[in-house]
Design a protein around this ligand. Structure first.
Ligand code: ZN
Length: 352
């Protein structure tokens, strides 16, 4: 059985970034008692200057690290710096790129990690996976651990553009097809499938089904989306792999990111939601729930709206399985002929 650890704290409140010490309990050293590094990027420092200055003041023995490149070498170099300078706490402040780098550096240096997401655009805020740039390949996923604490300021998340929240919902939509693919791999290839991880991931998906036409930026919805994304991360931690959150729809997304980044630049959660509808059709299942969530929130999955042409759509599906060749998914047994994929493209153009 996979050994796992869960975060000590999950706080989602309005204005909580103004007083982080008050919500971090005994599981953490007292703010200021240990050397701390706050990891973020230049443009976020500009947007959240006052907030970042206050956090640095709260953690008095702290320094600021602005990331230049979100690649493996930079994460390892940061881990080395952390170890050599006896830093005991890493604070990741930002979106997926910053959080993944901070997460991997904290993992390698065996340092505690406090995750302060500024957007809810994907499940990286609580996942045990860091996606980093590598030589030769666009990006690669590296296993690490989930943060020790996740603190989310509802006001900060609200200030982000709508499409970031839509991408976060999209990353949750994909769990439906991911779970089917994981169970299929269990049946066809004997992969270990963890029922508890499946249950949590299913709950994350189901939580997006309720709440017809609700306000995207209401406090209640932001809390619910946070919980859904965190559940996705916990399911991965429990499973010891990304399988409860990532199936053939993610392979399509990886193909877009890795092979067609020059033609289109689709946000991760939008690309996975775009992949969920065809994946569900390949699986021979009723896509009604997926369509309902996509339409209810208005997730922009119409391929042409994201500059995904018919040709790119077809090729991305045909190349999807090769992006993670060790994974068994519905793509391992699906007709991916040009005719079928072109028809699906046109169907999606009409439907969404
Ligand atoms: Zn994802």
């Amino acid at each position: 059985m996979n050994r796992f650890r869960l975060p000590y704290h999950l706080v989602v409140e309005e204005g909580v970034f103004d007083d982080i010490p008050s919500v971090i309990g005994k599981a953490f050293p007292k703010p200021g008692a240990v050397k701390t590094i706050l990891v973020t990027e230049e443009n976020l420092k500009g947007i959240f200057e006052k907030t970042i200055d206050e956090i640095l003041r709260d953690f008095s023995q702290s320094e600021l690290h602005l990331i230049q490149k979100a690649d493996y070498d930079s994460a390892v170099a940061l881990a080395k710096y952390i170890t050599m300078n006896d830093i005991r706490l890493v604070i990741g402040f930002g979106g997926g790129t910053v959080l993944d780098l901070a997460k991997f550096a904290a993992y390698v240096s065996k340092t505690q990690l406090l995750s302060l997401p500024t957007t809810l655009s994907n499940d990286s805020l609580a996942s045990p996976v860091a996606v980093l740039g590598t030589e030769g390949k666009a990006r690669k996923s590296f296993r690490c651990t989930i943060p020790d604490a996740i603190v989310i300021d509802v006001n900060v998340v609200k200030s982000a553009p709508d499409r970031q929240l839509l991408a976060g919902i999209g990353d949750t939509v994909s769990k439906d097809t991911a779970l089917f693919d994981w169970k299929l791999a269990g049946k066809k290839r004997g992969d270990a499938v963890d029922d508890f991880a499946c249950m949590i991931s299913r709950m994350a998906f189901d939580s997006m089904l309720c709440g017809e036409g609700e306000q995207l930026k209401s406090r209640d919805f932001i809390i619910r989306l946070t919980h859904a994304l965190v559940m996705g991360g916990l399911a991965m931690e429990i499973a010891g792999s990304s399988r409860p959150s990532s199936g053939s729809e993610h392979l399509f997304c990886h193909a877009l990111e890795e092979d067609f980044s020059e033609e289109c630049n689709v946000p991760h959660g939008i690309a996975t939601a775009m992949g969920s509808y065809p994946a569900c059709i390949f699986q021979g299942r009723d896509p009604e729930k997926i369509i309902r969530i996509i339409k209810n929130y208005g997730i922009p999955v119409k391929p042409s709206s994201q500059k995904v042409s018919e040709e790119v759509f077809v090729k991305a599906w045909q190349q999807a399985a090769a992006t993670r060749a060790d994974r068994y998914t519905i793509l391992s047994e699906t007709d991916l002929s040009e005719n079928r994929l072109s028809a699906l493209y046109r169907e999606m153009e009409e439907m969404f």
